[in-house]
Design a protein around this ligand. Structure first.
Ligand code: BYC
Length: 335
C-alpha cells in the first residue's frame, strides 16, 4: 500500500480545480515539486510508476553485463565492466530512494517487479552471447539512456531530477567505454569486426524501442510533458539518438541493420536527419509483456537475489529496532 497521509497528502479540497491550477502554475514557473509538497494523486502515481520502472531497469540491467565480468578478456576491461555494473546498482538505489519519498516502500516496489505488475525496460530481456555485446550495450543502450535521461535532470519532481544528475554523468562514461570497445573490435581481425557487426545488428532495433511507442501510441506522454516530467516526446528523443549514432557507426566502419535508413535534408526543421525503417512494435509488446528471450531468467535472478538477501534485511531491521529501544530506554532513564 502507498503510505498516503504521511507525505504531501491530498484531500478532496486539494484536488479541486483551484488546487490543480495552482499546481500547474508552479510547474509552469519551473518550480521544483518536493516530496512534502501537496500534489495531485495522478502526478504522484505517474512518478511512482516511472521512477519505479526506471529503478527496476537499472537493477535488472546489471544482469546482462554481469554475465561477462568473469570472462572479460583483459584486466582493464574487467575493471571497467565491474565499475559499470556497480554504478547501475547505485543508480537503482538512488531511484528507489527517490520513489520512496513519494510514499511507496522498497518492498512493495520489489514485489511489483517480481510479480510482473511493474514494468522494466524491454532492452534487458535480450541475451548477451558475445563479448561484443558489452560494447554494444555501452554504446547503444547507455547512449539511448543518456538521450532519454539528460532531460530528466530538469524533471519537475526534485528528488528524481537530482538523482538523475549523477546518473547521467556515470552513463556518459559507460557510453564512451562501450563505443571504445566497439571501435577496437571494429579495427581488429575480420572475426572481431564481424562480432561487433553482429552485436550491432542484434542491439540496434531493441535500442530504438527503449524510447517507448511512437508518439501517436504513447498513453502518458502528453500529460507527462504538461507536468514537465518528460521534456521531449518518445519520437523526438529517438530521432536525436538516431541522428547522433548513425555517424558514430560510420566512423568505425560498421553498418546499421536498416535498409531504409537514409539522410533526409527536410528533417529537424530543415537541418536534416535520418529516416529509419518501421519499428517492429509486435516484438516490443511481446517483450514488454514477458515473452522476450530472457524475461523469465531476469525475474528468476531477481527473485533469487531478493530471497537470498532476506536474512540481511531482517538482521539490519532487528539491529535498528534494538538501537531504537536502547535509545528510548536511555532517554527514559535520563528524564
Ligand atoms: N520498456 O505512454 P508511454 C536504464 C511502457 S535505461 C518497457 O510512452 P511513458 C539503463 C510504459 O511504461 C532504461 N516498457 O510511457 C541503461 C507504458 O506502460 P504503463 C530505463 C515500456 O512513461 C543502461 C507504456 O509502455 N529508463 O535503466 O510516458 C544500463 C506506454 O508508454 C518501454 C527509464 O525508465 C520500454 N522500453 O514513457 C543500465 C527512463 N517504453 O506504465 C540501465 C525513465 C514504454 O502504462 N522513463 N514502456 O503500463 C521514461 O522516460 C519513460 O517512462 C519512457 C516511457 C520513455 C520509458
Amino acid at each position: 500500500m502507498y503510505s498516503q497521509g504521511l507525505i504531501g497528502t491530498n484531500t478532496e479540497t486539494e484536488e479541486s480545480e483551484e488546487f490543480l491550477a495552482a499546481f500547474q502554475a508552479r510547474i509552469d514557473r519551473e518550480e521544483k515539486i518536493e516530496a512534502n509538497d501537496p500534489m495531485p494523486e495522478a502526478y504522484r502515481k505517474t512518478l511512482i510508476r516511472q521512477i519505479g520502472q526506471h529503478a527496476h531497469s537499472e537493477i535488472v540491467g546489471m544482469l546482462p553485463e554481469g554475465n561477462w565480468i568473469t570472462r572479460a578478456p583483459t584486466l582493464r576491461r574487467k575493471l571497467a565492466l565491474l565499475a559499470k555494473v556497480q554504478d547501475e546498482g547505485g543508480h537503482g538505489l538512488y531511484l528507489y530512494s527517490a520513489a520512496e519519498t513519494l510514499g511507496i516502500s522498497r518492498e512493495q516496489m520489489t514485489e511489483e517487479l517480481l510479480t510482473g505488475k511493474a514494468k522494466y525496460s524491454s532492452i534487458f530481456n535480450y541475451p548477451t552471447p558475445s563479448w561484443a555485446d558489452m560494447g554494444a550495450i555501452g554504446w547503444l543502450v547507455d547512449g539511448a539512456a543518456i538521450m532519454n535521461q539528460v532531460p530528466l535532470c530538469r524533471c519537475s519532481f526534485g528528488p528524481y531530477a537530482r538523482a538523475m544528475v549523477r546518473i547521467c554523468k556515470e552513463e556518459s562514461f559507460h557510453q564512451r567505454q562501450g563505443y571504445e570497445l566497439m571501435s577496437v573490435l571494429a579495427k581488429g581481425a575480420p572475426e572481431q569486426k564481424q562480432m561487433a557487426q553482429d552485436a550491432l545488428n542484434r542491439w540496434w532495433w531493441p535500442s530504438l524501442m527503449m524510447f517507448g511507442p511512437y508518439d501517436s501510441d504513447s498513453s502518458h506522454s502528453d500529460q507527462n510533458m504538461e507536468w514537465k516530467i518528460k521534456r521531449f516526446s518518445n519520437d523526438e528523443l529517438r530521432q536525436k539518438f538516431v541522428d547522433a549514432t548513425v555517424p558514430q557507426a560510420e566512423l568505425i566502419g560498421l553498418t546499421m541493420p536498416d535498409p531504409d535508413l537514409k539522410w533526409n535534408p527536410d528533417r529537424n526543421k530543415g537541418q536534416g536527419g535520418y529516416d529509419i525503417g518501421e519499428i517492429d512494435w509486435s516484438e516490443f509488446w511481446r517483450v514488454v509483456k514477458g515473452g522476450g528471450p530472457m524475461n523469465r531468467d531476469r525475474i528468476a535472478a531477481r527473485t533469487k537475489a531478493w530471497e537470498d538477501g532476506a536474512w540481511v534485511r531482517e538482521a539490519a531491521l532487528a539491529h535498528a529496532d534494538k538501537r531504537r529501544a536502547r535509545r528510548a530506554a536511555a532517554q527514559e532513564a535520563a528524564e
